[in-house]
Write a protein that binds this ligand. Structure first.
Ligand code: GLU
Length: 503
């Protein structure tokens, strides 16, 4: 076998997701298993609104914490760079032009209104595609005329009108999709920037990727990619779609309900080697159902046939069990002590806490009473504390969820951001900031009624741990159904949340 070249292609649009580490570790294992294999990290930052350089750095750090190393990437370079898509725009334009020249793509002048109307009509007709291909066959004169009028356009791929897309997925087997169900995919947007599909295929080709190992949530895109390779006249890589990560409820692991940031697992004190082991247990089984092993062992024994076809459960109780096995069997008492110190019992942490407790303790032993919540994961909740002033559990949950949305949107979970968000939520629900909002937030994060200054505590605890507590408090109060969430979002966007608390 020629040495494989595999990649992960994260988009730096949020906190480092456990799904990124899951894919990264399997790609790395695959590359290391075969002699001369290479593992590439490419940053897909074509979503210009949501991509941030800071997130890119957090992805690198989080992956390194899991013990994942790559051979080529934006931080270390390599022979096929640049490895950041925002530095490759000219390449995508050039490749898109090739498709226009060969007649595999066309300019589409549909306006937003036209597209909305087409979508509605096609939905009524029960069609799976939203666009009716009305600009697919314009004459050169018609195109010229529109261009001279400066009409804005996108470039679309001419998906075949009949037949079906067939490809062999190395995990799932033969996949078949009728072309009639595949939209003429936009390749270049009206601002001249590429879509994920164009940039992803061009880069996988130019970076000589041999196997695309990714989550099966991307499978709906694969027919488009298969056809793009064909249209370019490139040999397509082998596709291997790994099972989707599922939460304990059997649904797609989602930030809405579960802590999905790698930082949370790091900061609540999981051991990186246990976490890496845990990631490989999902979607893969070692011979004899062995569950505890090193990355080197799985690299040595790796067999793609042992990849599961369906859902991989991200079961935190399993991770807890595994972590404990590592502590018991791989850590001496001295090593555990060193681990605890580096985790939270260190000068850095204590010096952050001193301004909070200096004037608030009578005896030294009260320190833990006051600051214990910094050293635990989820506090014990008390419904009364969480629901001040006669609020129902559901109403408190609405407030907490809106607070999370506010912070997620402002992308600032620091002291200022949290303070600002708390005032905005008080205003939104028309409730007292101090007597309602602050009480709810404090009880969600600490489990208590009072304690050290709130905003400072939040900031020290950090985004991923704070966010997890807010979610857990909602869960404790009974959770919010999808319908309730949709309804809440509607009120949130219309600034009518006060109707939900009726005060
Ligand atoms: N940019 C995509 C992501 O965020 C890459 C998907 C793929 O591997 O093709 O995961």
């Amino acid at each position: 076998m020629t040495p494989p070249r595999v990649r992960i292609a994260p988009s730096p649009t949020g906190d480092p997701h456990v799904g990124t580490a899951y894919m990264a570790i399997f790609n790395m294992i695959f590359a290391r298993h075969y002699e001369g294999g290479k593992f590439i990290l490419r940053i897909e930052d074509t979503d210009r609104k949501r991509s941030r350089l800071e997130y890119e750095k957090t992805v690198f750090d989080a992956l390194k914490w899991c013990g994942i190393e790559w051979d080529e990437g934006p931080d270390i370079g390599g022979p096929y760079g640049p490895y950041r898509q925002s530095e490759r725009y000219d390449i995508y334009k050039e490749y898109c032009q090739k498709l226009l020249d060969s007649g595999h793509a066309y300019k589409c002048f549909a306006t937003a209104e036209e597209l909305a109307e087409m979508r509605e009509v096609n939905a009524k007709l029960g069609k799976k595609i939203g666009y009716d291909r009305r600009y697919r066959n314009l004459s050169p004169e018609e195109i010229q005329k529109r261009l001279s009028e400066n009409q804005s356009y996108v470039v679309r791929l001419k998906i075949p009108l009949t037949g079906e897309c067939v490809y062999e997925d190395a995990v799932k087997g033969r996949m078949t999709t009728p072309w009639a169900d595949v939209d003429d995919q936009v390749l270049l947007k009206s601002d001249g920037f590429p879509t994920y599909h164009l940039a992803n295929v061009v880069d996988d080709y130019l970076m000589k990727i041999t196997h695309v190992i990714r989550g099966d949530e991307w499978m709906s895109s694969t027919p488009k990619h298969v056809y793009l390779y064909e249209a370019f006249g490139f040999q397509a890589p082998i596709f291997m779609h790994m099972p989707l990560l599922l939460g304990a409820d059997g649904r797609k692991l989602s930030k809405r309900k579960n802590p999905t940031s790698i930082d949370y697992y790091k900061e609540t004190g999981f051991l990186p080697e246990a976490f890496a082991n845990f990631l490989t247990l999902m979607g893969y089984s070692m011979p004899e159902d062995k569950e505890i092993y090193t990355v080197e062992e799985i690299v040595k024994n790796f067999d793609p046939k042992r990849i599961g076809k369906s859902g991989a459960f991200f079961d935190v109780s399993k991770l807890d069990w595994l972590n404990q096995q590592y502590i018991i069997n791989h850590y001496s008492e001295d090593q555990l002590m060193a681990k605890l110190k580096s985790w939270a019992f260190n000068d850095e942490m204590f010096s952050k806490l001193m301004p909070l407790c200096h004037t608030r303790i009578k005896r030294l032993s009260e320190f833990m009473e006051l600051c214990g919540f910094f050293f635990i994961d989820i506090p014990e909740y008390n419904e009364q504390f969480l629901c001040p002033k006669g609020l129902t559990p559901e109403q408190t949950s609405f407030i907490l969820q809106s607070f999370i949305w506010n912070l997620d949107n402002r992308e600032d979970w620091g002291r200022e951001g949290i303070q600002q968000a708390s005032f905005e939520i008080a205003e939104l629900f028309k409730v007292n900031h101090k007597k309602v909002i602050m009480k709810i937030l404090f009880a969600s994060v600490t489990g208590k009624l009072q304690g050290p200054p709130f905003f400072d505590s939040f900031a020290i605890l950090g985004k991923s741990r704070t966010r997890a507590r807010l979610l857990k408090a909602i869960e404790f109060l009974g959770g919010l159904s999808k319908k309730k969430l949709t309804d809440l979002l509607h009120h949130y966007e219309a600034s009518t949340c006060n109707e939900l608390v009726g005060k």
